[in-house]
Design a protein around this ligand. Structure first.
Ligand SMILES: NC(=O)c1ccc[n+]([C@@H]2O[C@H](COP(=O)([O-])OP(=O)(O)OC[C@H]3O[C@@H](n4cnc5c(N)ncnc54)[C@H](OP(=O)(O)O)[C@@H]3O)[C@@H](O)[C@H]2O)c1
Length: 326
């Protein structure tokens, strides 16, 4: 038995509903290992789950991603040992903690070249970029892609990786300063979508060309414009709701906008099978080694400051990834 410090949410609401509590942790069960966590990744889904937009049974922990060191091994675990450095993004909710028992087959062993902090900053987001760029649409050289929130955590990774795959990338962001960050991350064109005429500015930047694929994680504020920014027969990938859920549409609208394809995918089903998860993780580590994916840490907070981290993200004050330290 060990004692862990973990964030608990007993009611949905503002950032203050996150409280760090002491939790009794039994020895790892069959198939589990105990991980001493060193860095925890913030992801925007943590906000939706804290608010209750994506409701969880209460009380609940929070967080999907962390890196750390294996401290104890339960019965039947053959491929991990004490001292191994690991990272996860789909091992059950509750990453906002210093110590956890986790299913061994949901953990990826970290290469020596990737620090724990970089892993926690990048793993969930790069596994998202991996399926978006390799599965949802297999990016080909010359594809014109539109990435919303391009200065954010997932956004910067999408820009750099898509560029490395030979795509031409349009990034949108909420200010001139954030547009510079999107450019530095690889966007060929950066559009400030806080300006009302941004769709026209986008078409001016591309000489009227529309995107083969639109990656929209902003939702409410951008979704209908995204349909107008997609080329005929193009694909609109709605994969988040940072500004609120996208409005409902009639299927007929996809016809009117140019026989568009629309999908609403999630990273979890793409990594539900342990063998697929490990293969995807290897692809992400290879992309990190090749410089196609980089950790861009925009802010660091202590675990006790999780509420401040959420406030910073929700107020759009951050760029890149936020890391919590237990
Ligand atoms: N479906 C999936 O598999 C999946 C997996 C991972 C992440 N996601 C989604 O991908 C998005 C990015 O995730 P992330 O963790 O990397 O977060 P992030 O991009 O670092 O933060 C969200 C960004 O959204 C933009 N935004 C636009 N309107 C906003 C508003 N009203 N409130 C707050 N932010 C707003 C902000 O950038 P600007 O200020 O530049 O507008 C903000 O920085 C999120 O929507 C997340 O839910 C989806």
């Amino acid at each position: 038995m060990s004692i862990a410090r973990a964030v608990r949410v007993r009611e949905f609401g503002a950032p203050e509903v996150m409280r760090v509590e002491q939790v009794e942790l039994p020895d790892p069960a069959a198939g589990e290992v105990r991980v001493r966590q060193t860095a925890i990744g913030f992801n925007f889904i943590d906000v939706y789950q804290r608010r209750g937009t994506y409701p969880l049974p209460l009380p609940t922990g929070l967080g999907h991603e962390a890196a750390g060191v294996v401290e104890a091994v339960g019965p039947g675990v053959a491929d991990l040992k004490v001292g191994d450095r690991v990272v996860y993004m789909n091992a059950g909710i509750g990453a906002y903690a210093d110590l956890r028992n986790l299913p061994a087959d949901r953990l990826a062993t970290l290469p020596a070249a990737v620090s724990d902090e970089d892993a926690a900053a990048v793993f969930f987001k790069a596994m998202t970029a991996q399926y978006l760029l390799r599965r949802t649409h297999r990016v080909e050289p010359g594809d014109l892609l539109l990435v919303h929130a391009a200065a954010g955590g997932v956004g910067q990774i999408l820009c750099r990786w898509a560029k490395a795959l030979g795509a031409e990338v349009i990034g949108t962001a909420g200010s001139a300063a954030k547009c510079e960050i999107a450019r530095a991350a690889g966007a060929d064109h950066a559009i400030d979508y806080s300006k009302p005429d941004w769709p026209q500015a986008l078409l001016a930047a591309t000489d009227g060309r529309k995107a083969r694929v639109v990656y929209d994680s902003v939702g409410k504020d951008t979704f209908l414009h995204s349909l107008d920014c997609a080329a005929p027969f193009g694909l609109v990938v709605l994969y988040g709701a940072a500004s609120g859920p996208a409005p409902a549409i009639e299927p007929e609208l996809l016809n009117k906008k140019g026989c568009l394809f629309l999908t609403r995918p999630s990273v979890f089903p793409h990594n539900a099978d342990p063998a697929t998860f490990r293969a995807n993780a290897i692809e992400v580590f290879q992309a990190i080694a090749a410089g196609q994916v980089r950790a861009a840490i925009g802010a660091r907070f202590a675990l006790d400051e999780a509420a401040q981290a959420h406030r910073a993200a929700e107020s759009r004050a951050t760029t890149g990834a936020i890391v919590l330290h237990p």
